[in-house]
Design a protein around this ligand. Structure first.
Ligand code: KG4
Ligand code: ZN
Length: 334
């Protein structure tokens, strides 16, 4: 079964062709990051305009690279939310036009579910149940995945998302957007115990997260250093901040996995590309006898292949949309 999938929720225009939910025949990703970097973050209106300029060509590229014709497609999958309304609309309109023109079924996909499903592409034998930590630029969730379309939401951020915290701290350090990958690199050269930033665990049994206090602590630390004319060692700030984020993410993920007797912890979303997070999870996984899985870097950040996988598993489960499908910018996981 061939799924053509479209992702335009933020600043990547991406189209993929996926076979049977797990095999990537093509996954074209056109990133707008260089354009938005000048503004220090994603400018929604510019994102929409860039999507509309490139989407038709990228659909064609995905078809060509997959070496199929439009007639071979069995299903059209598209991100319906969460994301930027104007950006999502470009993907949804394109998907509807294709579904109508080709007379094929269409299915709207939750972008966050897509991030989880990237793991089914990477790990061909992976099946639910498992514990999943979803860490992206807009969302931070701890989820018990009980089936391919059955997500039990156990924890979430109460303020900033993990990726958002990386981006905001990077900005305060004068580093370019997106900050996550830059902090990741700098942190590898820094001393993670140089500054003792807070680890916000919330109530003892809570699986929720809060990162805005940590962000403020970093800002205060930088201001104090400026006032006292002390040298700021960017690598040390990056490493200490990153460690404070990771300690909380890893601790809560393992607590949930042990509570639910999960054999596996799966990491998903842009921050799953973080080397520090991967290493720390794997080291703890070895100690606890829990397998750690995450997608390759290209499947961690936004891409249409993961949307194709999510579309396939939802369709198999009997879900389907129609041509009244609309964007849901604030769509939640549940
Ligand atoms: O999942 P994603 O591509 O987009 C959303 O759905 O939000 O995630 C983007 C986020 C950004 O905040 C970016 O800084 C972060 O993922 N990110 C990273 C790394 N690579 C991307 N954060 C930490 N370390 C990385 N290596
Ligand atoms: Zn994403």
């Amino acid at each position: 079964m061939l799924t053509l999938a479209i992702e335009t929720s933020c600043d990547e225009t991406s189209v993929a062709v996926i076979k049977d939910g797990r095999e990537v025949l093509s996954n074209i990703i056109s990133s707008q990051i260089d354009i938005h970097r000048k503004f220090g973050g994603v400018v929604p209106e510019i994102a929409s305009r860039k999507h509309i300029e490139s989407i038709n060509n990228i659909v064609q590229e995905a078809i060509d690279e997959a070496k199929i014709s439009f007639d071979d497609i069995d299903l059209i999958g598209v991100t319906k939310g969460p994301g930027l309304v104007g950006a999502l609309l470009i993907g949804i309109s394109t998907a509807k036009a294709l579904a109508y023109g080709l007379n094929k079924p269409i299915i709207g996909v939750n972008h966050i579910e897509g991030h989880v499903c990237a793991n089914y592409i990477e790990h061909k034998d992976l099946e639910p149940p498992f514990t999943c930590l979803i860490v992206s630029g807009g969302h931070t969730y701890l989820v018990q995945v009980n089936g391919y379309t059955d997500y039990e939401l156990v924890g979430r951020t109460r303020d900033d998302a993990a990726g958002e915290a990386f981006d905001k701290v990077a900005r305060a350090l004068g580093l370019p957007y997106p900050g996550g990958p830059v902090i990741d690199k700098l942190a590898q050269k820094g001393n993670k115990t140089a500054i003792d930033f807070p680890r916000v665990m919330l109530e003892p049994k809570s699986y929720d997260f809060s990162f805005s206090g940590l962000k403020t602590a970093v800002l205060n630390c930088l201001n104090q250093k400026h006032q006292k004319s002390e040298e700021i060692i960017v690598e040390d700030v990056a490493a200490s901040f990153q460690q404070a984020v990771l300690d909380v993410l890893v601790d809560k993920s393992f607590r949930l996995a042990k509570e639910r007797k999960s054999q596996k912890i799966v990491i998903a979303g842009g921050v799953a590309a973080n080397q520090g997070l991967r290493t720390m999870m794997e080291e703890r996984g070895k100690e606890e006898g829990i397998e750690i899985l995450y997608p390759s870097r290209i499947l961690c950040t936004d891409n249409a292949a993961m949307i194709g996988a999510a579309a396939y598993f939802n369709y198999k489960n009997g879900n389907k949309s129609d041509l009244y499908l609309n964007v849901i910018p604030n769509l939640d996981l549940k």
